[in-house]
Design a protein around this ligand. Structure first.
Ligand code: ATP
Length: 291
């Protein structure tokens, strides 16, 4: 069933156009990574579907209703990019307050422990470190057992161990067929957790598909072997050949055709293998910038 629908959503901040007409549909159980360079429009997209920003044009439907509807909000858990908490509340109190807004919340102690902050339950929020606050912000998204979780850069500022805990929680939520939409700059995170990757670039969707499809569409592949070089142009191949210490590297979008050409040309080769470029390479090829 459909959980999120954005239809031709436009948003500008004064003269600055953040979203140029984005359309996106997300179904139950999908884990969607939202990727894009700084300023691409990721946070604006998430804030619009959380009802935190008004759209200029288009339509947004979340869990069958408007994100500003109180009932719809009880189906959503969110971790914004930056969070301001009441400093004088204890961690346990803040979590209990948020849990009380949901019909079937998770257990408070287990939620804190799962994110590695079980020992902080009685600490004042004001005394938490930056990373601990981030973990608390994530606990607030998970505590309601919501149908949809919207996480803006969930692991930014977390140490390696805590990041792993968050990954584990997202994987568990995925097994429970919950829906998660998360923005990230960490491509390995997208590749490891997401069933679907949506790339936003300059306020437009530049790609929407599986991590494997992203790599296949945009990445070049390399054919590597030990042996004699060959001339790909005489076989009509779009390829670049380099030779280093007897190892030949053929960089091409079509390694299958390169292998056929190699065999047809009766080139001497051993240790032939294909190297697929990483998701990061594909991403850079598409956005022409940094993750
Ligand atoms: P990042 O990866 O840096 O968090 P992002 O993809 O989340 O970036 P957004 O925060 O959605 O990008 O910003 C999209 C565009 O809208 C940017 O050009 C940004 O400068 C602009 N923008 C965002 N919020 C505001 C605002 N409150 N006022 C003016 N411009 C804004």
């Amino acid at each position: 069933m459909n959980v999120v629908t954005l239809r031709n959503v436009r948003k500008s901040y004064g003269a600055s156009v953040a979203l140029k007409g984005i359309s996106l549909e997300i179904d139950d159980g999908e884990i969607v990574a939202l990727l894009g360079p700084n300023g691409a429009g990721k946070t604006t997209t998430l804030e619009i579907l959380l009802g935190l920003r008004r759209l200029d044009a288009g339509a947004v439907v979340v869990c069958g209703g408007s994100p500003s509807d109180a009932v719809v909000r009880t189906a959503i858990g969110a971790t914004p990019q930056a969070s301001d908490f009441p400093e004088m509340l204890r961690v346990r109190e803040l979590l209990a307050f948020v849990a009380a807004q949901y019909p079937a919340p998770a257990d408070l102690g287990s939620t804190l422990s799962a994110l590695g902050i079980g020992a902080l339950a009685d600490r004042y929020v004001g005394g938490l470190s930056g990373g601990q606050r981030r973990s608390l912000a994530l606990a607030l998204a998970f505590i309601g057992n919501p149908r949809l979780m919207v996480l803006d850069e969930p692991t930014t500022g977390l140490d390696v161990d805590t990041r792993r805990l968050v990954w584990k929680q997202i994987a568990l939520a995925s097994q429970e067929r919950r829906t998660i939409l998360f923005a990230t700059h960490h491509l390995e995170e997208a590749e490891m957790l997401a069933t679907r990757v949506v790339v936003i670039n300059c306020g437009e969707i530049a790609f929407d598909g599986t991590p494997a499809a992203l790599r296949q569409c945009y990445a070049t592949r390399r054919l590597v072997y030990v042996g004699d070089p060959f001339d790909p142009s005489s076989y009509g191949l779009d390829a670049r050949v380099t030779v280093q210490a007897g190892t030949v590297t053929v960089t091409t979008p079509d390694t299958d055709a390169a292998i056929r050409a190699l065999v047809a040309a009766q080139v001497r080769f051993t240790s032939l293998h294909v190297v697929a470029d990483s998701l990061e390479t594909a991403f850079l090829a598409m956005t022409g910038g940094s993750p």
